[in-house]
Design a protein around this ligand. Sequence first.
Ligand SMILES: [Zn+2]
Length: 231
Amino acid sequence: MSLVGHLYKLQQLDLELQRKQQELNDVENQLSDDKALVAAESKLASQKEQLEDVRKKQKGAEWELEDLQEKVRQIDSKLYGGKTKDPKELVNLEKEVKSLKSQIRPKEDALLGLMSQVEELEAGVKCTAEDVKQLKQEWEQKQESLGQRKKEVETVLAKLKEDRNGLAQQIYPEVLDTYERLRLTKGQAVVKVERGKCQGCHITVPTSQWQKAKAGDLIQCNSCSRILYLE
Ligand SMILES: [Zn+2]
């Protein structure tokens, strides 16, 4: 293989290396992307917290209601137990019981409201918990398949690097420097000459030059400085 042929091959290996490196980056990004799962878990945590809060309120409302009912029972037993004879006291007790009973209704309504809130929140928690379970499963499966893909790409990359370094060792360091410099500035260091034109800048290459390039000499395009390659 000619010197330029070596460089062209080197460039192909470098491009393939770039592609594989990009693929590895993509796989690694996907491996660490747990945003959906984290979001679902945090939603579940906040729903559970809300549920706990409303359950506490429900308990409180139940106690208050029991308390009121107990008070009514006590006064009723005074009213109808026959022990209290004083008419004034009886009137007062009746007033009190009436006032207590008027408080019971709204408390019952509030309690019912809280109970239905609890039910709704429980359904929400159940639904999100299922989502989390599903996402976790998907995540684990993805970790496995992507982990395997990562290993495969790493193996290919290692082989490509080995080939690349082996090939680079066969090229003079100063030629390699020119190649690397062109790669950095032009993206592509070695270009083909097709129908007499440099495929890097599309300017016509003088016949004498492309003939030399075809013979395997290191010829750079007069216009864009890229290394010219003819098969
Ligand atoms: Zn050119």
